[in-house]
Design a protein around this ligand. Structure first.
Ligand code: ATP
Ligand code: MN
Length: 558
């Protein structure tokens, strides 16, 4: 046995108590166990050699041990390994056992496999921040396996066996175990890396940690910390999204059917997302949404969804009034409240479209589905433009706003053929330095039996607001009314003016519908119109509740 061989062997193969003392192929007679071990460490082909087996038997050097025996002898001294004559005889018998021989051969084979495995593991993990352990693929029990080449950087070669053994690398509550130079703390890289990996499994369901069953993962602290921070911010983001979703549905107590419709709008990509509630008015809930896309139309980046309330108070009030009127009793009963409400939504859509067509600043219609109207959002970044009442206007802006308002009312009457009918500082928004008219579901044509009354009310609201704010040259309501309607009613006492106006309206109505003349014509007219539209199917393309004064319908297909 040459010295160089001995040195080479000890270089490659560090001390290992079990292999050194128990290796079946080493000579117990040798007083240089290290050298004996190194010299006799066989390859698999050696192991399979019958001749070698024979020689070994003859040498009687083999100390057979059962599995538990091997473990129990770990750390045994050289002296303890010296066998008595009696034991030799006993072991000779055992060596003869084919079963035991096969087991020992298998063990050696498994060890070779594991050496290869560890080399693969080392090359796989080289330069990686996250290392994978192939320990689960080892064929030998960790207690039985020890190879210098298997020592990963995490393991201290000189550490006691209990520590080297991965399964035993645990730290007590005090955070310290071992003594002297073998002391290990909770900061031990291998332990904390493995701990980090297992803690990652607690990050929460949103964090895809992969499958931790088959591979053992180790993360250095800085990698773990980055993952943890990411996990926490993810969790917060998820909560925010969830919160927003909830706000846009539950808080406004939209009924499930409405929610389903809105969900469909998102699903069809017409809308990208619904951000939340903008307002809850008398008639409707307004939501903000981010626009998606339509095949043949540009969807505004920000949209307003107007959801008409299915329990319309105004409708109920009218319900009460009409129930007591014998002429409407039967017909009214036949009306499905949901359908009437859809009619209001459609009416707003048609009115907005008419207004846009003649260049009046108002929301642009995007989509109508049942009682849900999607239009462009007047405002920026989810913040609706202020109502005229709330807008902080300079004196010049106020003057400009008044002039603009009168022009818009005139255009509405003359070109769009509409009277707003609910115009006030609440339904006019101030956005991008100009006025925007909104909320036109109740707007009517000038031919409507009540249109002139509604117009006078609008004029009164506008005049009063601008006068109160101190705008110059504000026209009196009656003057403004005459200006817009083109009529020339005698301006005087408010009561007289209203009386004149009503007389004019009635005569016009009687002239147009002579055969349907009635004392209570406004309601008669209104509901006959609504019912007629309903029975014709107002939702059909080209038919609308807002017809032009000439009776023609100019509804673009949506
Ligand atoms: P109210 O009873 O308060 O008049 P309503 O039920 O008639 O409400 P709207 O007037 O159409 O509904 O809308 C209520 C509020 O929602 C408006 O005052 C306005 O602040 C906001 N709003 C409506 N439509 C839009 C829009 N297209 N863009 C931005 N904000 C809007
Ligand atoms: Mn309104």
């Amino acid at each position: 046995m040459s010295a160089s061989l001995e040195n080479a062997a000890t270089e490659v193969q560090p001390t290992n108590p079990w292999l050194r003392k128990q290796h079946p192929w080493s000579s117990p007679i040798s007083d240089q166990p290290e050298a004996a071990y190194a010299n006799s460490f066989p390859t698999l082909s050696d192991v399979m050699s019958e001749q070698l087996a024979q020689e070994l038997q003859e040498e009687k050097s083999y100390t057979p041990t059962s599995q538990p025996g091997i473990a129990s002898q770990v750390g045994a001294s050289q002296e303890q390994c010296a066998l008595s004559e009696e034991q030799n005889v006993e072991e000779q018998r055992e060596t003869d056992s084919d079963m035991l021989l096969a087991q020992m051969l298998q063990l050696e084979y498994d060890k070779e496999h594991d050496v290869e495995l560890q080399k693969k593991e080392a090359s796989y993990n080289r330069g990686r921040k996250i290392t994978l352990s192939f320990a689960n693929y080892r064929l030998t029990h960790p207690d039985l396996f020890d190879d210098s080449s298997s020592e990963s950087e995490d393991f201290d070669e000189d550490a006691p066996e209990a520590v080297i053994n991965e399964d035993c690398r645990t730290i007590g509550k005090g955070g310290i175990s071992g003594k002297g130079k073998n002391i290990i703390t909770k900061h031990d890289p291998a332990i904390s890396a493995r701990k980090n990996a297992s803690k990652m499994m607690e990050f929460g369901p949103h964090f895809d940690t992969g499958d931790d069953i088959d591979v053992e993962m180790k993360f250095p602290n800085h990698v773990y910390n980055q993952l943890k921070v990411h996990s926490m911010s993810e969790q917060k983001r998820q909560a925010r999204i969830h919160d927003k979703k909830e706000k846009s549905t539950a808080e406004q107590a939209l009924d499930p059917k409405t929610r389903l419709q809105i969900y469909k709008l998102i699903n069809n990509e017409i809308l990208e997302s619904v951000s939340g509630q903008v307002s809850t008015g008398k008639e409707a809930v307004i939501l903000h949404a981010y626009g998606g896309k339509l095949p043949d139309k540009l969807v505004p980046a920000e949209c307003a969804i107007k959801v008409y309330k299915t329990t319309l108070n105004e409708f109920k009030t009218r319900d009460k009034y009409i129930k007591d009127d014998y002429r409407f009793k039967d017909r009214f009963k036949k009306l499905n409240p949901r359908k009437v409400i859809r009619m209001w939504a459609e009416k707003e859509m048609h009115n907005l479209m008419r207004m846009r067509k003649v260049g009046i600043s108002c929301p642009e219609v995007v989509f109508l589905k049942k009682h849900i109207l999607v239009m462009s959002f007047i405002g920026t970044d989810q913040k609706p433009a202020p109502k005229l009442k709330e807008a902080k206007l300079s004196h010049d802006q106020l003057e400009q706003a008044y002039v603009e308002c009168v022009q818009m009312m005139k255009k509405l009457y003359d070109e769009a053929g509409l009277v707003h009918s609910d115009l006030s500082e609440y339904n006019i928004l101030w956005h991008q330095g100009q006025l925007w008219f909104i909320d036109v579901s109740q707007s009517v044509e000038p031919q409507h039996p009540n249109a002139l009354e509604f117009l006078l009310r609008d004029c009164t609201n506008v005049s009063e607001f601008f006068t109160k704010r101190g705008a110059a040259d504000v026209l009196a309501p009656q003057r403004l009314f005459n200006e817009i309607s083109g009529l020339d009613l005698a301006e005087g006492e408010t009561g007289d003016f209203l009386l004149q106006l009503q007389q004019f309206q009635k005569q016009r109505y009687l002239h147009e519908r002579a055969h349907e003349a009635s004392e209570d014509y406004p309601f008669d007219f209104f509901f006959e119109k609504s019912c007629a539209e309903l029975s014709q199917g107002v939702t059909k393309k080209g038919e609308g509740s807002a017809t032009k004064p000439d009776g023609k319908i100019d509804v673009d297909e949506i």
